[in-house]
Design a protein around this ligand. Structure first.
Ligand SMILES: NC(=O)c1ccc[n+]([C@@H]2O[C@H](COP(=O)([O-])OP(=O)(O)OC[C@H]3O[C@@H](n4cnc5c(N)ncnc54)[C@H](O)[C@@H]3O)[C@@H](O)[C@H]2O)c1
Ligand SMILES: N[C@@H](CCO)C(=O)O
Ligand code: NA
Length: 444
């Protein structure tokens, strides 16, 4: 018999790519299912069989549905095994996952992870380990679940200059804000309902306080602007302070409220460049593409010099959608191993500094209940002028001896806007500050 060259082997006859999976919960269980159900197709696409050789979970006895011989509660030992080529991490959190993934990468084992919290803090360290050993690091599932977003940023748009990434990257908060908008109910009441229906987790802190979105913003800004941006660099405000009055004020202006992650490349007057990354509630016109994104969906809008505007939309969470992104990464890793290639490495050459929130240009909407008498509007306008903030629009409605005043500003440094609002709140003629919120997008 003549010897068979490796190139002539069919995928099914090639040595398998051996995968250790850490975590088998919401996402992991779907990854395990798809790896089994689609084994033939995955082998054909990857160029070799993709074989699950071990699964680490906290409680193996709680998984009668999985082959007992694959299960272990010792993730560190599984990662270290000689018969593991790739580690798929679906546990979440920073420790002890960080050390498992460093061990894997240092040993030349490629990593696929959905762990935004870890990447937003330690991606530089993980990339260094992957560079040193030649292992791949893929993490499409970490931001916006099923939506192909990180691969477009890392690869498809690698030849362009991205100026802005803005979007809805947290499904839980989008569900709550959409429901508040639809029903007129308050935040606490709507959160209770979202928890009851299973849209909010038992501990919703990471979502409602914006930590989840801030981690994703850090990852997006790092990739889009070829710089290192960590979660600590991201200005973060959650939705706990968004009131029914804010939604009502937005409605009056033909707007709605969304929790947005906004990453921008900012050029100062002297030409120096920096990066701004922030997560906070924003009023956007109902005609804006992001306003129509309801429920638990995600959508991200990218602006690049040559490409223009791009929009990415789909399911940002859930077991099967997130598993889709994990499987895509796993096929990419397997292809690289079969063909001898490498995935994209860290690209942080621009090394742009992060601009503090106070210096970031934003626009505010301010709704006030004021005394309805001569000179009140002048006093309010004077407060804006004193801080160098230019007013774009003013609307007044009278009710008995009180007037409702709505002011929308032009762009100004966020700190100047904040100081203006603080000063206005102290004016005797201002009875109540009904709503203060940043705005994005032009009115139709
Ligand atoms: N659920 C989603 O919709 C979603 C979407 C995108 C990204 N993610 C990310 O995917 C990851 C997993 O999320 P999930 O929702 O599947 O979580 P989960 O809580 O449902 O599952 C976690 C799994 O990790 C295992 N685990 C925990 N500690 C362990 C330990 N010390 N040793 C071994 N196993 C351990 C648990 O047994 C469980 O199987 C997280 O990083 C999360 O942020 C989740
Ligand atoms: N908790 C996240 C899951 C996806 O990362 C969300 O609500 O969008
Ligand atoms: Na994604």
């Amino acid at each position: 018999m003549s010897p068979v060259s490796p190139k002539s082997l069919s995928p099914a006859d090639r040595a398998p790519i051996r995968v250790a999976m850490l975590g088998c919960g919401t996402v992991g269980s779907e990854v395990a299912r798809l790896l089994t159900e689609q084994a033939g197709e995955l082998a054909a696409r990857a160029g070799a069989p993709v074989e699950l050789v071990g699964i680490a979970v906290r409680r193996p006895d709680k998984h009668p549905e999985l082959p007992a011989e694959l299960l272990t509660d010792d993730a560190a030992a599984l990662v270290a095994r000689d018969d593991v080529d790739v580690v798929v991490e679906l546990v979440g959190g920073i420790d002890p996952v960080r050390s498992w993934l460093l061990t894997a990468l240092n040993a030349g084992k490629s990593v696929v992870t959905a762990n935004k919290a870890l990447l937003a803090e330690y991606s530089a360290e993980l990339f260094e380990a992957s560079d040193a050993s030649g292992a791949d690091l893929y993490f499409e599932a970490a931001v916006a679940g099923a939506i192909p977003l990180l691969r477009p940023l890392r690869e498809s748009l690698a030849g362009d200059r991205i100026t802005r990434v803005m979007g809805i990257v947290n499904g839980t908060t989008n569900y709550i804000l959409s429901a508040m908008d639809a029903t007129g109910a308050g935040y606490a009441e709507t959160l209770d309902e979202a928890s009851r229906l299973g849209y909010a987790e038992a501990d919703p802190t990471a979502d409602v306080d914006g930590y989840d979105a801030a981690s994703k913003a850090a990852i997006l800004a790092s990739l889009a602007f070829h710089s290192r941006v960590t979660a600590k660099d991201v200005h973060r405000e959650g939705i706990a302070d968004v009131t029914a009055s804010d939604l009502a004020a937005a409605r009056t202006l033909g707007r709605t409220v969304k929790l947005l992650a906004i990453c921008e490349r900012v050029t100062a007057d002297d030409g120096t460049e920096s990066v701004s990354a922030r997560v906070h509630p924003v009023m956007i016109p109902r005609s804006h593409q992001l306003a129509g994104v309801g429920g638990a969906f995600n959508a991200v809008y990218v602006e690049a010099d040559a490409a223009g505007e791009l929009m990415f939309y789909g399911q940002g969470a859930g077991g099967a959608p997130t598993a889709s992104a994990v499987l895509g990464d796993l096929v990419a890793v397997a292809r690289n191993q079969v063909l001898g290639g490498r995935g994209p490495r860290e690209s942080a050459h621009a090394a742009l500094p992060v601009r503090p929130m106070g210096q970031t240009p934003t626009r505010y909407h301010v709704s006030l209940d004021v005394a309805d008498r001569a000179g009140v509007l002048a006093q309010v306008a004077q407060a804006f002028a004193a801080h160098g903030v230019s007013i774009a629009a003013v609307r007044q409605r009278d009710a008995n001896d009180t007037a409702s005043l709505v002011v929308v500003t032009h762009l100004a440094p966020d700190a100047a806007l904040q100081s203006t609002v603080d000063e206005i709140a102290k004016l005797d003629v201002v009875h109540d500050v009904v709503s203060v919120m940043r705005v994005e997008g032009e009115d139709a």
